[in-house]
Design a protein around this ligand. Structure first.
Ligand code: GDP
Ligand code: K
Ligand code: MG
Length: 269
């Protein structure tokens, strides 16, 4: 069965896009055990493809029911493709989730939404460059105005057939070294496709992952030692080391792909 999942920040236009992609073929329920709405539909142009709407979230941390539902779904059910709805007018914040989706290794297409109002925000996004820098397909759309929905549908179809992999984003080399050591410790204890994601979660001291994955005392101590060493090196908590690494990565991308016309005008006068 082919399933594509819609992920994105709250208010990024996920529901609007879901309606565009599915037409009126929808089923609404709840995720097991929680009162988080679950919506499913079928792709308008190919009824054999199920579209799963995921709860709107800002992060894949383990704190809210929405985050827990989403990360469990991405890691356990593994959809054929994730369509990440990115609000182009709030791209920095939205890409923070995109990076975390990429860390899980799920196949990804970006729907860069709200391009109809981007100009009003005094911004331009170079979609081609963004796609190049992330190594992930990006389609600029307006779910509201129905702009480029057909283009997105073609990209979804192409990506489902091709099943391309992208390089997982790499961060500061000192962080990478730490993650590599943790990967070696957890090898064989987690699904091989998501070793890196688990390594990041161990590094962040993610409660759920530390409780779920049973490590012997030696490995636990080894990982704890790696984390403490990194914290000394960076003079920061491990979870903020990762947050900063993601934002540095995003800043480089924004710098290359986004033109702020307001700032440009100001600097010219
Ligand atoms: P969700 O929370 O991600 O499901 O977002 P919604 O689909 O509910 O959209 C949030 C708000 O953004 C609504 O008022 C939508 O009408 C609006 N919206 C969605 N897509 C677009 C778009 O492409 N352009 C504009 N201008 N507004 C949009
Ligand atoms: K909403
Ligand atoms: Mg919604």
């Amino acid at each position: 069965m082919t399933v594509i999942a819609l992920a994105g920040n709250p208010n990024s236009g996920k529901t609007t896009l879901f309606n565009r992609l599915t037409g009126s073929n929808q089923y609404v329920g709840n995720w097991p055990g929680v009162t988080v709405e679950r919506k499913e539909g079928k792709l308008k142009n190919d009824k054999s493809v199920i579209v799963q709407d995921l709860p709107g979230i800002y992060s894949l941390s383990p704190y809210t029911a929405e985050e827990v539902v989403t990360r469990k779904y991405l890691l356990d059910d593994v959809p054929s493709l994730v369509v990440d709805t990115v609000d182009a007018t709030n791209i920095e914040r939205n890409l923070y989730l995109t990076l975390q989706l990429m860390e899980t290794g799920v196949p990804l297409v970006l729907a860069l939404n709200m391009i109809d109002v981007l100009k009003k925000h005094g911004r331009k996004v170079n979609v081609k460059k963004l796609s190049y820098m992330l190594s992930v397909p990006v389609v600029g759309v307006s779910a509201l105005k129905r702009t480029n929905i057909d283009k997105l549908e073609s990209e979804i179809e192409r990506s489902l057939n091709k099943k391309e992999r992208y390089p997982i984003p790499e961060y500061d080399e000192r962080l990478e070294a730490a993650l590599e050591m943790i990967c070696a410790d957890i090898q064989g204890l987690v699904p091989s496709e998501s070793v890196r994601w688990y390594a990041i979660k161990f590094f962040e001291r993610d409660e759920r992952v530390w409780n779920e994955i049973k490590l012997d005392a030696t490995r636990k101590e080894d990982i704890e030692h790696v984390i403490e060493t990194a914290e000394k090196l960076f003079e920061d908590n491990s979870d903020s080391i990762v947050v900063n690494a993601r934002y540095e990565y995003i800043a480089r991308i924004i710098n290359m792909c986004v033109i702020d016309e307001k700032n440009f005008t100001m600097s010219m006068s």
